[in-house]
Structures are given as structure tokens and as C-alpha cells.
Design a protein. Structure first.
Length: 202
């Protein structure tokens, strides 16, 4: 089975939120790449863009993903690779090195949504979206432009789940259903009761 499930997709498609719920459902570790980058930099993502530029952010993103992809640690109890649900940033998979690293360490699931749904979801927080907040282009036009630019990158995912009309739980169900045939151990993880109740195979 693939030891990691990687969620990618455009901004506001629900990657971070769905990743939290999916990790909870599977009882796996949660890794949020943007949160990790923000913690390392000591500032929010939009401030990294503002202070150091996109190139610096992408360099940090590449380093974080490389670390995640090459993590070969195993559970001390069962000896299996430590599974994880990983939420990536919206542009991460567009980098060929990131895509290759993520493809080799797990199964990539792309979350999508219609442009109008995305515009509605980010309407109150455009300033915190650095890829949308610069320049004079209208937000909806910028969304459409970026989505088209990344279309081929997102198409490389193993599965694509549209979140436009689904609740978070429905998206999680759809992901698990999509994984069921190819990765049955993910869709139906074994119940594990550790000897130490404060430690688990996560």
C-alpha cells in the first residue's frame, strides 16, 4: 500500500481541512506543508511572499517536500512505514521535482472546485492569498488564469475529487472510495490497539 496520501489542488478546494478530517478518520499523522513552512519562517505564507518573494517560498516548499518524501522512518511497534496524510500548497505539484518526490512516496489526490466556488470561498481573505493579491487583474480572472496554468500539473494526480458541492465528510468518503480498489489497506485500515495507550502507529 502507499504509506502516504497526498492532497493537492488549487487554493480553497479544501486541502487542509479535508486532510485533517481524513487523517482523523484513518488515525494517521497529519502533515500540512504550508503550516510547516510558516512555522519554520516564523510568519504567515503571505508575509513570506511579501518579504522574500515567491522564489524563496518555493525553495522552502521544495525542501519541506523533499524531507517528507524521503522520511523512511518506521513504526517502532509494527515495523511498517509511518503513514501520513499530507496537504500541499496549491502550486507545489507544478514543480516537477515536487511532483516526482510526492509520486514516489504515496498516492496523489487532487481536490478541485469550480472557479466561481473558489472565488466565493476566498472572497473575505484575498489579501492572505499571495498568488491572487498582487497586480490589478480581477480576482475571478486571476483564478481562471492560474487554474489553466496548473491544469496539466493537477491532471497528473492519481485521482481527482470535486469538492464544489460536497461537505468535508463527503469529500473524505469520496477519497476513501476512490482509493478502495487500488489501496484497500488505506480504505479499511486495520484496528490497532497499542500496548501503550499514549502511543499509536501513526
Amino acid at each position: 500500500m502507499a504509506p502516504k496520501v497526498i492532497l493537492t489542488g488549487f487554493m480553497a478546494t479544501g486541502k487542509s481541512t479535508v486532510a485533517r478530517h481524513l487523517a482523523r478518520r484513518l488515525q494517521w499523522r497529519l502533515i500540512d506543508c504550508d503550516a510547516d513552512i510558516s512555522a519554520r519562517a516564523g510568519k504567515p505564507i503571505h508575509q513570506i511572499f511579501r518579504d522574500r518573494g515567491e522564489a524563496h517560498f518555493r525553495s522552502m516548499e521544495r525542501s519541506v517536500i523533499a524531507e517528507i518524501a524521503t522520511d523512511r522512518r518506521r513504526c517502532a511497534q509494527c515495523g511498517n512505514p509511518r503513514p501520513a496524510v499530507i496537504a500541499t500548497g496549491g502550486g507545489a505539484i507544478a514543480d516537477p521535482k515536487n511532483y516526482a518526490a510526492l509520486r514516489d512516496c504515496g498516492v496523489i489526490v487532487c481536490l478541485s472546485a469550480r472557479p466561481d466556488v473558489i472565488a466565493q470561498r476566498i472572497s473575505s481573505g484575498v489579501k492572505a492569498r499571495p498568488m491572487l493579491s498582487h497586480g490589478s487583474m480581477p480576482v475571478k480572472q486571476r483564478i481562471a488564469e492560474l487554474m489553466e496554468k496548473r491544469r496539466e500539473a493537477y491532471a497528473r494526480a492519481t485521482f481527482t475529487i470535486d469538492t464544489s458541492e460536497r461537505t468535508v465528510d463527503q469529500v473524505v468518503d469520496a477519497i476513501l472510495e476512490a482509493l478502495a480498489d487500488a489501496y484497500p489497506a488505506i480504505s479499511h485500515p486495520p484496528i490497532h490497539v497499542p500496548h501503550n495507550p499514549h502511543r499509536s502507529c501513526k
